[in-house]
Design a binder for this molecule. Sequence first.
Ligand code: C2E
Ligand code: MG
Ligand code: MG
Ligand code: MG
Length: 287
Amino acid sequence: RAKGDGRGNYRFFEKGMDAAMQHRRAIESGLKLGLTRDEFRLVFQPLMDLESNRISCMEALLRWEHSEMGFISPVEFIPVAEEIGFIVQLGEWVLRQACLTAANWPADIRVAVNLSPVQFKSRRLMDSVRQALEEAGLPPSRLELEITESVLLNDSDQTLETLHALRAMGIRISMDDFGTGYSSLSYLRAFPFDKIKIDRSFIEDVGSTDANFEIIKAVIALGRSLGMATTAEGVETEAQLDAVRAHGCNEIQGFLFSRPLPAKDALELITRLSPIRELEPRLSGNG
Ligand code: C2E
Ligand code: MG
Ligand code: MG
Ligand code: MG
């Protein structure tokens, strides 16, 4: 009997593997089709500047509504797109869409785009960034590129060259999900990031564990001494906001202020909160 059960379990396990493989294959083939079928959308989540209390930037986040499988999270499909190399093409689409969308916002609000390490290492990166900006007529100073520590893992000259070239164009570079990778501190020394985004996992337990709070304080202080701004990711409560504000964090991003919004709602929010849009007609009316 025991042997029989074992075999049964083994078969069940095999079946489970099959289902997972099939799901993965469906994602693989669905990605390319999805791009031609216009199944991808960008949503935009504001970053609030804590000094001016204004939106400084909107992060573009990719959404995929598969025709049969429905909504699939980027956490699931981006690693697959990376493995099959499709992230380069998909990432170019994101860059273009993000720049085109941001070109319609008031001039002082930037757009942040996430770059996959695979996309970052592609030879096409510099050209596709330039092209996206040109096509949209967006000044480079209004683009932020978010990279994770994994981009810097091999720490090659090529990587640093690309980062410097992007920065020389006037593009800002942010270190995303800070604190979740390896050797974070040496990476900060290797490249002058404009912004450090403190990972949500450190913000989550503010108030419940002192250890995370000490880490947040230290990162904010480190950022300040290195001339890098700090953003707290995943701020969901007033207590978290008060805590990061009290220690001089520059920006917050999170559900407390806003969830990621469809482009149309993002524009509405910006227009409602931006003094520039209100001033323009008055200035031209008086002049
Ligand atoms: P990320 O770049 O760190 O983006 C922030 C994620 O945190 C987003 O998840 C956002 O919806 C979520 N978030 C923001 N505020 C809160 C909060 O207060 N509470 C909680 N619980 N979550 C919050 P999302 O959109 O599911 O994206 C997940 C990850 O997928 C991103 O993490 C990024 O690494 C990747 N990703 C998304 N879009 C793109 C893209 O266009 N290109 C690349 N390469 N990666 C992308
Ligand atoms: Mg990001
Ligand atoms: Mg992040
Ligand atoms: Mg994150």
